[in-house]
Write a protein that binds this ligand. Structure first.
Ligand SMILES: Cc1ncc(COP(=O)(O)O)c(C=O)c1O
Length: 472
């Protein structure tokens, strides 16, 4: 019987600006959640056997090679992908590398189709790679307007697909937004796209850790995520692709490991879809650690539920607590359509203080870690903030200070929930924001902002070297 995951850093403490020492509350899992103890344990067990892969001769090479094969199978199982239909590839440091690989490959594979549809809520990683290769990117509008906008507008998507049927290469869309936590209707998007021979790339960086993926059912062509978003900081990125498509994607990195035959005149790539994609020495240790963590998550159990369904039920309940708690604070705005459920994260602003100041006070006085600014999703954040920014009253602000004033307002605070968070964490956050709201002057008087809107405490500064025991 396997026990539920434990996380490294759950008890980490930091000094606060008012002279206390508090256990840090990590509400920044959408950037990177804490590491699973299973990842570290697996690495420690693996390292005494450590050896390069691509060999079955000596015992250590057998361990590495077979464990890496198991890691490939495990990621497929984790996302509900049939091994006959889909292949998994470990690539680079995260989702970014995998998306660049698909963008490059699809451009080479279908050069006659140079339009890419990209949703208007994407992380830059699922936007900028598609702007290359002479592509014309058309941004998919969202339902609703501005601060309360929702998911991709399916009727506009259908219209665009009909209008440009033979020109659209693929649609790039995230399953869950890294800003608002809003989910897109992936299965329907795939059904619409496939009618027109348009392929679909899913950025699942923000969804895979929070519930079952069921890729077979979604029938997406490509799905990508980062190992570090699933409690394994040292892991590679993951690309899962339909085998028949992966084989047609030229433009991969070339080198050893991916080829079956090489002469001075030509070479042949391996027949195996995974092998041909993984030139060079893969991140063996990270991939195996990731698979061990995914295996552990698939065996998670709670209240009679198991695996990712149990995780989803637990996190959904916590998200509802979080929304209730934040809605009880009049000064807060929660961005995105209020009717839509949220997965993993949501973004807020406080009417009395800038996002940078709220995030800094939460950290410095309450040891609560949240993220602020635009979360590498500038166009989406700007569109959620559009009315607010337009309505800013600049009449009393000197012209030379107006830009930095606007910079301080351009952003949000993101609160994200992970498997290690509990109802008492939500209470701690809500109480802290209430306290800040009722004693604004006490907290804000110690801060100054730079031109980019970054606030810092005038006296308090964390000594990071001391935290790491480094003499530098
Ligand atoms: C939705 C989404 N896509 C892509 C990325 C980029 O991931 P990585 O930095 O691991 O490549 C992130 C990271 O925050 C993300 O949230």
């Amino acid at each position: 019987m396997q026990s539920n995951p434990k996380f490294i850093g759950i008890d980490t403490q930091y000094p606060t600006a008012d002279g206390k020492r508090l256990t840090r509350l990590h509400l920044d899992g959408a950037a990177s959640p804490l590491a699973s103890a299973k990842a570290l344990e697996t690495i420690c067990k693996l390292l005494p056997h450590y050896s390069n892969t691509h060999s079955y001769v000596h015992s250590s090479a057998q361990v590495s090679t077979k464990a890496l094969e198991w890691a490939h199978q495990t990621v497929l199982k984790f996302v509900g992908a049939d091994e006959k239909k889909y292949a998994s590839v470990f690539s680079g440091a995260g989702t970014t590398a995998a998306i660049n690989r698909v963008a490059r490959g699809l451009h080479h594979a279908r050069p006659e189709r140079n339009i890419v549809l990209v949703s208007s809520m994407e992380h830059h990683a699922n936007d900028l790679p598609h702007r290359q290769f002479g592509n014309q990117v058309i941004y998919l509008p969202l339902e609703g307007q501005g601060a309360t906008s929702g998911t991709i507008d399916l009727s506009q998507l259908t219209q665009l697909c009909q209008q440009h049927a033979d020109e659209i290469n693929y649609i790039a869309v995230s399953s869950v937004s890294n800003v608002s936590g809003i989910s897109n209707p992936i299965k329907t998007i795939c059904q619409i796209a496939h009618k027109y021979d348009i392929l679909v790339l899913i950025d699942a960086a923000q969804s895979v850790a929070h519930g079952p993926t069921e890729l077979d059912h979604l029938n997406a062509d490509f799905l990508v995520f980062s190992g570090h978003k699933v409690y394994t900081p040292m892991a590679p990125g993951v690309l899962i692709a339909k085998r028949k498509l992966l084989k047609n994607l030229s433009g991969q990195d070339l080198g050893g490991g991916s080829v079956s035959r090489v002469s001075f005149y030509d070479f042949e790539l391996s027949d195996d879809e995974t092998t041909r994609e993984e030139s060079g020495t893969p991140n063996i240790v990270g991939a195996i650690a990731l698979a061990a963590v995914l295996h552990e998550l698939m065996h998670y159990s709670l209240d009679g539920l198991s695996g990712l369904n149990a995780i989803k039920a637990k996190e959904n309940a916590l998200m509802l607590d979080l929304i209730d708690g934040l809605e009880s604070i009049n000064e807060l705005t929660i961005y995105g359509d209020p009717e839509l459920p949220r997965t993993g994260a949501l973004a807020i602003n406080h009417s009395q203080i800038d996002h940078g100041l709220l995030a800094a006070i939460l950290n410095d006085y309450f040891a609560i870690a949240v993220r602020n600014e635009c979360f590498c999703a500038h166009p989406y954040v700007s569109s959620l903030l559009k009315e607010e920014l337009w309505q800013l009253d600049l009449s009393n602000i000197a012209e030379e200070q107006q830009e930095s004033f606007i910079n301080r307002k351009r952003g949000m605070v993101r609160v994200s929930l992970s498997l290690y968070n509990t109802p008492s964490d939500v209470i701690r956050l809500v109480d802290a924001i209430k306290r800040i709201s009722s004693e604004l002057d006490y907290y804000t008087q110690h801060y100054q902002a730079d031109n980019d809107g970054v606030y810092s405490h005038v006296e308090y500064q964390l000594e990071w070297q001391k935290e790491l025991g480094l003499d530098v």
